[in-house]
Design a protein around this ligand. Structure first.
Ligand code: BV8
Length: 250
């Protein structure tokens, strides 16, 4: 089918859907100028794969290298803004309260800054800090000794970024709510993700098995294309407003 017919079909599915679940990945933030997860390895980190840095083991082996990578990514996010894709999702939620559940793998906070509410953050928050080992009475984040990474002067505990690393469990409540939304939705929109990371990517399979129509928005092929009823080739900042905008103006 051609792109226009596919887009119209997807729009009709969303218009008829009592509940829409959306799963986003790093590609949704690309047009805000945020390198995608696999593109975020440049410069000092160019020789690493994300799975080699975004792990507790990598952090324990070389805390400074991993901490500096996260500080570098935080700095890159300082001046970025949500784009039209983020805003389209937030506008739909505001126009139709309770009809859209947003699940994200992103840790950049841009959905929330665009006004989306109840965002299910499966992989944590890039800007949150937490202790590497269980905090003791001496461990106070607001009084951590500066350094790369900061640490507790009392016991040497290290500060780490509040993201979910590979090999770490996803936040139970967020994942459970995401699975409920995937199971209950009529349409699942999968935007800006390569579909390589689990269990997040598994939500698309779950939605399909539960009878939802699965629509992918991505300029490139993804690992989830075979699970989709429709694959819309294009960027999320263009396609999400085209998919959702018309419904918001009714
Ligand atoms: C866990 C935070 C178990 C850190 C991230 C099966 C089941 C369960 C687990 C596994 C499994 N198979 C393998 C695993 C293990 C592993 C995994 O999935 N490995 C992969 C590499 C195979 N999963 C885990 O380890 C997870 N934990 O399973 O724990 C457990 C259970 C109990 C107790 C203990 C343990 C944890 C995974 C979370 C890892 N953390 N992020 C950080 O940010 O540093 S994942 C990271 O990848 C980001 O969150 C990112 O969002 C995510 C997924 O990547 P994408 O978002 O897809 O980004 P990517 O760059 O890949 O792709 C971008 C896409 O955008 C592309 O398709 C591109 O075409 C598109 N694009 C580009 N421009 C645009 C665009 N799209 C639209 N518009 C544009 N303009």
């Amino acid at each position: 089918m051609n792109a226009c017919l596919d887009l119209d079909m997807a729009r009709r599915w969303i218009a008829d859907a009592a509940h829409v679940a959306v799963l986003t990945g790093a590609g949704v933030s690309a047009e805000s100028g945020v390198p995608t997860f696999r593109d975020a390895l440049t410069g000092l980190w160019a020789n690493f794969r994300p799975e080699e840095l975004a792990t507790e083991g990598a952090f324990r082996r070389d805390p400074a290298r991993v901490w500096d990578w996260y500080q570098h990514r935080r700095r890159m996010l300082r001046d970025v803004l949500p784009n039209a894709g983020h805003r389209a999702l937030a506008a739909f939620q505001q126009r139709y309260p309770g009809r859209l559940t947003l699940v994200t793998q992103n840790v950049d906070g841009l959905h929330q800054r665009a006004g989306s509410e109840g965002v299910l953050c499966l992989h944590g928050d890039l800007f949150a800090d937490r202790w590497l080992d269980p905090a003791r009475a001496c461990c106070r984040l607001d009084a951590a000794a500066p350094g790369s990474p900061p640490h507790c002067d009392g016991c040497g505990n290290l500060v780490r970024p509040g993201v979910v690393w590979f090999g770490e469990a996803l936040p139970f409540a967020a994942l459970e709510a995401a699975e409920r939304a995937a199971h209950a939705c009529d349409v699942m929109l999968v935007a800006g993700t390569s579909g390589q990371v689990y269990p997040a990517a598994g939500l698309a399979h779950l939605a399909r098995r539960a009878g939802a129509r699965v629509v992918i928005v991505n300029p490139e092929p993804t690992e989830l294309d075979d699970t989709a009823h429709l694959v819309l080739a294009g960027t999320s900042a263009r396609l999400l407003p085209e998919l959702l905008g018309g419904l918001c103006n009714r």
